[in-house]
Design a protein around this ligand. Structure first.
Ligand SMILES: *Cc1c(COP(=O)(O)O)cnc(C)c1O
Length: 375
């Protein structure tokens, strides 16, 4: 009999979700918005505290779209985006008919490179258009170089949308990821560190902006007795049922973060014995990754593919890193600033199973593949 499949990252229930879902059903709040949504937002606000206001949405993607709308990004505007990321970071730029400008990663954090970011800004300004926003990502939970990136953004007065979809629980110099940008974005998709089945959140700096986000997310209804609309509206609000799942999941957020730290230690112990493999790791003590996913860099693309197949053979999922956006067929032709670091990472990098639900048996199966492969 074949062993059960080990996935990269799956969610698991806390046991408290049902209570909140039942509460929504029994009170007949079976719609978007409602008491669970309000309470979920309050809990997230408490988690981030100090001047952060949270609007819950039906996905991380819609939260990014709302951030672009709130920043006034329109037709033909340019928006800088980290190339190495999931497509959801970029797609909302196109929803606004704006133009993505891709920037390469640096080798330490695999996130947006400060030097290339500044060259890109200077060049775009020289060509006649100052970028309207920068989308920076904490890839796999690893904080980007916050001080460097934000000081460049401040110098040119460009707002940052901080894509923290993978980084709930990560921090930089003791401050939580998601709270640095003009906007922060979270995702509660099924593979993230906690889930609402599908959902997201926009972190803002004022109550007014939070309310404006909710206004757009609920079809931009003007204040009138009848349905009246002066602006384009969206159906982007989180459902009260999903928020119930989120409330149950909040109870295991800290636990999930520590389980992912344990997974990281597990890989650290294995790979310290293995030559020519680099485990993706905090670059300094003041970087704290939630280690949503663990990833390694192999010597060559060929070794990476052989290792992937060795895992696959025993029903263990592993995957290449995000394929950079400037290499994607849909985004070909948009400007790119970089030195091919993200290309290299994509060729040689592999993500390893990192779910909060990995069992001791799962870990010994994973370890066996690695030890066998490198012996
Ligand atoms: C998951 C993810 C998103 C999008 O979140 P959804 O909730 O799936 O829409 C955006 N950016 C990154 C980097 C992600 O990993």
């Amino acid at each position: 009999m074949e062993d059960n499949r080990i996935y990269l990252s799956l969610s698991q229930e806390s046991g408290y979700e049902q209570e909140y879902i039942d509460r929504a059903l029994k009170s007949n709040w079976i719609t978007s918005g409602g008491p669970n949504v309000d309470e979920f937002e309050d809990e997230l606000q408490n988690y981030f505290n100090n001047g952060n206001f949270v609007a819950a949405s039906n996905s991380g993607t819609s939260a990014i779209h709302l951030a672009l709308i709130l920043l006034g990004v329109k037709n033909r505007d340019e928006v800088i985006c980290q190339s190495m990321t999931f497509a959801a970071s970029v797609n909302p730029i196109l929803y606004q008919n704006a133009i993505p400008i891709f920037v390469d990663s640096e080798i330490d954090t695999w996130n947006i490179c400060p030097e290339n970011l500044e060259s890109a800004i200077k060049d775009r300004i020289e060509k006649g258009k100052k970028p309207k926003a920068i989308i920076a990502v904490h890839l796999y939970g690893m904080p980007y170089k916050v001080d460097e990136i934000h000081s460049i953004a401040d110098k040119y007065e460009i707002p940052i949308i901080e894509d923290s979809a993978e980084a709930l629980g990560s921090s930089y110099k003791g401050k939580k990821c998601g709270s640095f940008g003009t906007f922060g974005v979270l995702s509660f998709n099924g593979n993230k560190i906690i889930t609402t089945s599908s959902g997201g959140a926009l972190i803002t700096k004022s109550k007014e902006i939070k309310e404006k986000a909710i206004f757009y997310a609920t079809q931009s209804k003007d204040k009138a007795v009848h349905y009246q609309h002066s602006e384009i509206g969206y159906n982007y609000r989180m459902s009260n049922i999903c928020a119930g799942i989120g409330l149950g999941q909040m109870k295991i957020l800290e636990k999930n973060i520590s389980l992912r730290q344990e997974n990281h230690m597990f890989y650290k112990n294995i790979f310290k014995e293995v030559k020519n493999v680099k485990l993706f790791d905090n670059i300094r003590d003041d970087f704290f990754s939630n280690y949503w996913l663990n990833a390694i860099l192999l010597e060559t693309e060929e070794v990476k593919e052989r290792l992937r197949l060795a895992f696959e053979k025993v029903n263990i999922e592993s995957r290449p890193l995000w394929k950079p956006m400037h290499l994607q067929p849909i985004f070909r032709g948009y400007p790119y600033y970089g030195n091919k670091i993200s290309e290299e990472l994509f060729k040689k990098g592999l993500c390893l199973p990192s779910g909060s639900n990995l069992t001791i048996t799962d870990k010994s199966r994973i370890k066996e593949v690695i030890i066998d492969f490198f012996k």
